[in-house]
Design a protein around this ligand. Structure first.
Ligand code: PA5
Length: 445
C-alpha cells in the first residue's frame, strides 16, 4: 500500500549500518507488543485499527448523519492531537474548492480551539451568525484552555441561535469517560458523547472518534480509512522481517541519520492537500521524541511552493538536514497542458503532458539536486489520495514513531514539556490554585 525507498540516503549512511538496527527494532517491537517499555499505559493505538468494531463505526456514522442533516457548518473544537488528525485527513481528501460553492454535499468543516486569536474567534463567530452550525468539542483532558474557551463561545452562540433543544442535537463531545469539564458539561447538557480511551494519547488518537467523527461528517468513508490502517498494521507487524517492514526501515534510517549529525527531518510533499498531514506528523514526532535534550526536529515544506522560499536553505544551508518525501503515485483527476499556436510563454514543450508529469519531474529533479547538495532523501510512495492510502500512511507513521522513540531511548508517549507554558500562563492570568506561581512570576517581570 505504501513503499519506502532509502536508496538516496545511502551516500551518507551505509545500508549495513541501517540493517544493524535490526536487533534494536526487534526489541522496540517486543516492548510495544508486550507493554514492557516506557509509557506502556499509552499503547491503546497499537492494535486500535483491527479492534474497531462495525457497531462502533455505525454509531459514529449515525451521529455524523445527524450533524450532516442539521448543519451547514460543523466547527471542530480541539487542539494538538484533538484536531490535527481530523484536519489532516479531511484536507487530504477534500476537493480544494467545492467548499466555496453554494451547493454543498457535506457541511463545511471549520476549526476552533487551536489558537487563542481574538480576531480569529471574532471572525468565526461573525461568520457563523447566519449559519446552521454544530460543534464537536474534542478534548481528552476536558480542560485544555484554548479548546474550552472556544467551546464556551460556540456553545452559547449555538444555543442562542438554534435554541437549546437543537443545540443538544448538534453539539457532540469527545472526551474522557469520567473526568474533565468537557465530560461534566456533556453529561449535564445531555450531549451525545464519545470516549477517548485512557490508553490512547492525543497525537495517536486519529483513529478514535477524535478523527473518525469529523471525517465522517465531512463525507469520507471511515470504514475504508480504518481498513487502510488495518492493512498497515499487518504490513508493519512485529513478525514481518526487518527488510520488508517499512516502519522498521524508516525508524532505523532516521536514527542512523540522526547519529550522523542529521538533526532535522523535513517532510516534503508535492501536493498541497498534504499540508496538514505534515502538521499532524510534526506533532506526532516532535512531541514523541523531543525530550531529554534529544530528538530529531521535525519540519515540513510544501513543494514546489516552498522551493521558491525554503529551497535555497535546503540546497545550500547548514548540512544538518535530511528529507522524507511523500509522493502520491496517481492523481484523482486528469488535466493536460494545452498547445498554443503563438507559444508566447514558450511552454509548448509541455503541450499534451499531464500537469502531474511536470510535478513528478519537479520532484525527481529536486531530489537529485538536494542529494547533490548534501541532503539525504527518503521517499514514501502512496498510491493515491484516498481513504485507504491515508489510513495506511497514518498508521505507518504511528508505529514507526513508537519504534523510533524506543530506539532513541525516550518515552514516546508522554509530553511533560508542554506543561511549562501552561503553568506560566495560568500564573499570569491569576487562575485559582496558582497563587504561589503568580507571586513568583510577578517577581520575574
Ligand atoms: O498529543 C497530545 O497529547 C496533545 O497534543 C493533546 O492532544 C493536546 O494538548 C490537547 O489535549 P486535550 O485533548 O486534553 O485537550
Amino acid at each position: 500500500m505504501i513503499s519506502l525507498n532509502i536508496e538516496k540516503t545511502l551516500g551518507f549512511i551505509s545500508k549495513e549500518n541501517v540493517f544493524a538496527y535490526e536487533a534494536q527494532v526487534k526489541a522496540a517491537q517486543e516492548a510495544l507488543e508486550n507493554g514492557t517499555g516506557k509509557g506502556n499505559d499509552f499503547l491503546g493505538w497499537l492494535h486500535l485499527p483491527s479492534s474497531i468494531t462495525k457497531e462502533h463505526l455505525a454509531d459514529l456514522k449515525a451521529t455524523a448523519q445527524t450533524l450532516r442533516d442539521n448543519c451547514e457548518v460543523v466547527v471542530v473544537a480541539g487542539i494538538g492531537g484533538s484536531y490535527l488528525g481530523a484536519r489532516a485527513v479531511i484536507e487530504a481528501l477534500s476537493n480544494s474548492f467545492t467548499w466555496l460553492q453554494d451547493k454543498k454535499t457535506a457541511p463545511v468543516i471549520l476549526y476552533a480551539g487551536h489558537n487563542i486569536g481574538e480576531d480569529y474567534l471574532y471572525e468565526l463567530t461573525e461568520y457563523l451568525k447566519d449559519k446552521k452550525f454544530g460543534v464537536i468539542n474534542i478534548s481528552k483532558s476536558g480542560t485544555t484552555t484554548e479548546t474550552a474557551l472556544a467551546f464556551r463561545l460556540l456553545k452559547k452562540q449555538c444555543e442562542d441561535q438554534r435554541g437549546k433543544e437543537m443545540a443538544k442535537k448538534v453539539i457532540v463531545a469527545i472526551t474522557d469517560a469520567k473526568k474533565g469539564a468537557a465530560r461534566v458539561t456533556a453529561d449535564n447538557e445531555g450531549y451525545k458523547s464519545f470516549i477517548i480511551p485512557d490508553n490512547v494519547g492525543g497525537r495517536f488518537s486519529v483513529l478514535t472518534p477524535v478523527g473518525l467523527l469529523p471525517i465522517a461528517i465531512a463525507g469520507f468513508d471511515i470504514e475504508k480509512l480504518v481498513a487502510g490502517a488495518v492493512g498497515m498494521e499487518k504490513t508493519c507487524g512485529k513478525d514481518v522481517p526487518f527488510a520488508e517492514n517499512p516502519a522498521a526501515i524508516y525508524a532505523a534510517t532516521r536514527n542512523e541519520l540522526y547519529k550522523n549529525g542529521k538533526k532535522i527531518e523535513i517532510l516534503v510533499n508535492y501536493n498541497p492537500k498534504l499540508h496538514y498531514v505534515s502538521e499532524w506528523w510534526k506533532q506526532l514526532y516532535g512531541e514523541s521524541e523531543g525530550k531529554e535534550n534529544k530528538g530529531i526536529f521535525p519540519a515540513a515544506v510544501d513543494f514546489s511552493t516552498d522551493l521558491h522560499s525554503m529551497g535555497q536553505w535546503i540546497q545550500e544551508g547548514e548540512r544538518t538536514i535530511y528529507e522524507t518525501v511523500i509522493s502520491v503515485e496517481k492523481t484523482q483527476h486528469s488535466l493536460q497542458v494545452p498547445s498554443d499556436e503563438a507559444n508566447l510563454d514558450g511552454l509548448n514543450f509541455l503541450a499534451g503532458k499531464h500537469v502531474d508529469e511536470v510535478n513528478k519531474m519537479a520532484e525527481l529533479g529536486t531530489q537529485l539536486a538536494h542529494v547533490d547538495g548534501g541532503v539525504p532523501n527518503m521517499r514514501i510512495v502512496i498510491p493515491a489520495l484516498n481513504e485507504e492510502s491515508i489510513g495506511g500512511l497514518l498508521y505507518f507513521f504511528e508505529i514507526a514513531c513508537g519504534i523510533s522513540g524506543y530506539i532513541l531511548g525516550v518515552n514516546p508517549f508522554n509530553q511533560p514539556g508542554v506543561e511549562a507554558y501552561k503553568k506560566n500562563m495560568f500564573a499570569l492570568l491569576n487562575k485559582p490554585g496558582y497563587e504561589e506561581e503568580s507571586k513568583a512570576i510577578q517577581a520575574r517581570l
